[in-house]
Design a protein around this ligand. Structure first.
Ligand code: DGY
Length: 323
């Protein structure tokens, strides 16, 4: 009898996901949902043919070299800046992510954050809870309109396009975007999206939504210089990755009202949050939950498990990220 491959499921997941994997593999799981240090993760991978990870676990050349038996690294996330894909490919390790299944859910949340920032939802809720609401007044928490405004999207991939559809078709927004390359006219036309330079995007938008993947090229794509180009009435929403925005510079811009408000689901060095952001009132902060609906998290877990099963049973994984 041939022995079954062993795999590591590096974080707590749905029981159904574990059951699905256990039908094929010997599974070491992590019911305590402990975040492993790099050394712990590397040690846990000893003897494992594959691993099911999330965006919190980093797989780099050092981890791969310490575990030359590893054949598949399957991320339960669409973003994969936690995986050194080049190092995986060079060692013949299959790397996968979970695109598509979270697109609409993440776009919903991006829109919710943008609306919360524009209409000052969190700020006014905190005011009410503090017992400070004593009277109605004409300008109390007056924000800016979303309907009819100009929506600027940085990073017009699947999620960016889903945010744009909501804006254009649901709220009558004018959509402008900046991306590595211009989209095909048949994608632009139904939402009336206009491709612009990054400078024009920053200058013209009323609400900026950042959806660009994190890489060395997008590190601090939005910093003090870029924030200074935005309208003082504009909002900024980040549902991409923390490192895309310079959080320290953003906190200054928000505090000094150089932009009106922010909505952030992702942070540089999360789960730590820049202390200055915590004391700025005009920003809504959420703990990286844009894809967190039960249905979508189940779909992500399912797809990551399907990828792992395919990669280790000689089939083509549904969503590989190796070139
Ligand atoms: C993703 O899928 O990349 C989300 O940010 C969840 O990690």
């Amino acid at each position: 009898m041939t022995s079954r491959p062993s795999v590591l499921v590096a974080r707590a997941v749905f029981p159904e996901t574990l059951a699905k994997l256990r039908a094929h593999f010997d599974v070491e799981d992590n019911p305590a949902d402990q975040i492993f240090t790099k050394a712990e993760l590397s040690a846990k991978l000893a003897g494992k043919a594959g691993c099911f990870i999330t965006g919190s676990e980093r797989i780099d050349a050092e981890v791969l070299d310490a575990n030359p038996q590893l054949r598949a690294v399957c991320n339960m996330a669409v973003g994969y800046n936690n995986i050194d894909v080049e190092a995986c490919t060079a060692r013949g390790v299959v790397a996968t992510n979970t695109p598509d299944v979270l697109t609409e859910t993440t776009a919903d949340f991006g829109f919710a954050l943008m609306m919360a920032a524009a209409r000052r939802v969190a700020e006014s809720e905190h005011f009410l809870r503090r017992g400070e609401w004593t009277k109605w007044s004409f300008d109390m928490f007056a924000g800016s309109d979303v309907h009819g405004a100009t929506l600027g999207i940085l990073g017009m991939g699947r999620i960016g396009q889903a945010v744009a559809r909501r804006g254009a078709l649901g709220f009558g927004m004018k959509v402008i975007y900046h991306n590595r390359s211009r989209l095909a006219p048949e994608i632009e036309a139904p939402i009336g999206a206009r491709y612009v330079s990054k400078e024009e995007l920053l200058r013209e938008c009323d609400h900026l939504v950042i959806v660009v993947p994190y890489s060395a090229a997008s590190h601090h794509a939005i910093g003090a210089r870029e924030l200074a180009q935005m309208k003082p009435t504009a909002t900024l929403t980040n549902i991409a990755r923390g490192g895309v925005v310079d959080d320290a510079a953003l906190a200054v811009a928000l505090r000094e009202r150089r932009i009106a408000a922010g909505g952030l689901d992702v942070f540089e060095g999360e789960p730590k949050v820049h202390p200055d952001l915590l004391t700025v009132p005009n920003v809504v902060l959420t703990p990286h939950i844009a894809s967190a609906t039960v249905a979508t998290r189940r779909a992500m877990a399912d797809l990551a498990a399907d990828n792992l099963i395919a990669a280790l049973t000689g089939a083509a994984p549904p969503t590989p990220i190796n070139p």
